[in-house]
Design a protein around this ligand. Structure first.
Ligand SMILES: N[C@@H](CCC(=O)N[C@@H](CS)C(=O)NCC(=O)O)C(=O)O
Length: 225
């Protein structure tokens, strides 16, 4: 059986969990936070999530884990068979990661510590998000799914990326980033209504108090040094 390592407050963890649930694969969750030696044993960069496969192989990096799961368990497919269509799905995922997720993440430390985001950082983040808006507006179909008629890995991936854009990018910049892409907010809302998304969200909410305690302890420790 697959073991999913990490914590439910993590959107990266949740996107992999959504994929496992969508594919109806049995898995167990192993609660582990960043910064521990135990995590480094399964995730070389100490990042969440990681999985341990049924054969005992450890894999980290969420998009790599998604590909592994798809290749190993193709019965309920999440990528198109056609290589060109598959590339479009991966382009959407990559653009969401590079131009939506990563710039929005730059704002997390300011949000958690309650400090003002410097204007230079805001400007840099806005610029990258603008690139994401341009790219994703051109690629996303929302007809009804993000890459077209079929539900794909990109639907799951971007939905969880958007949680970070909304929670940090939009709130810290006072800018409704998702509203800039025609169809994105409606699609996001319909994604949130699935049984799997609701379960993942309930687990996230349950983990939030413990996760925030860890974050507060880290901030205190950083202040003390
Ligand atoms: N590129 C990684 C990023 C994963 C990531 O940043 N995870 C966060 C949790 S959401 C983490 O492990 N943070 C702890 C740390 O950076 O030490 C992936 O796609 O899996």
């Amino acid at each position: 059986m697959i073991t999913l390592h990490g914590f439910a407050a993590s959107n990266y963890y949740n996107l992999v969990k959504h994929v496992l649930l969508y594919k109806q694969l049995p898995f167990q969750e192993h609660l582990i936070y960043g910064g521990s030696d135990e995590l480094l044993k399964v995730s070389p960069a100490g990042k969440v999530p990681a999985i341990t496969t049924a054969e005992g192989l450890n894999i980290s990096e969420s998009s790599v884990i998604c590909d592994f799961i798809e290749e190993t368990y193709p019965a309920i497919p999440l990528y198109p068979e056609n290589a060109g269509e598959r590339a479009v799905v991966r382009q959407i995922m990559k653009m969401a990661e590079l131009y939506f997720e990563l710039p929005s993440r730059r704002l997390i430390p300011y949000a958690f510590s309650g400090t003002e985001v410097p204007e230079s950082v805001k400007a840099e983040v806005r610029q990258v998000l603008t690139r994401g808006i341009t790219g994703l507006s051109r690629l996303c179909q929302f007809s009804p799914w993000i890459a077209g008629e079929r539900f794909t890995m990109a639907d799951i991936y971007v939905y969880y990326v958007n949680t970070i854009v909304s929670a940090f990018g939009s709130s810290q910049l006072d800018w409704d980033v998702l509203a800039e892409i025609p169809g994105m907010k409606q699609w996001n809302e319909s994604m949130s209504q699935s049984v799997i998304a609701k379960k993942v969200e309930a687990d996230r909410l349950a983990n939030m108090p413990e996760f925030m305690q860890k974050v507060k302890a880290q901030i205190q420790a950083a202040k003390a040094t």
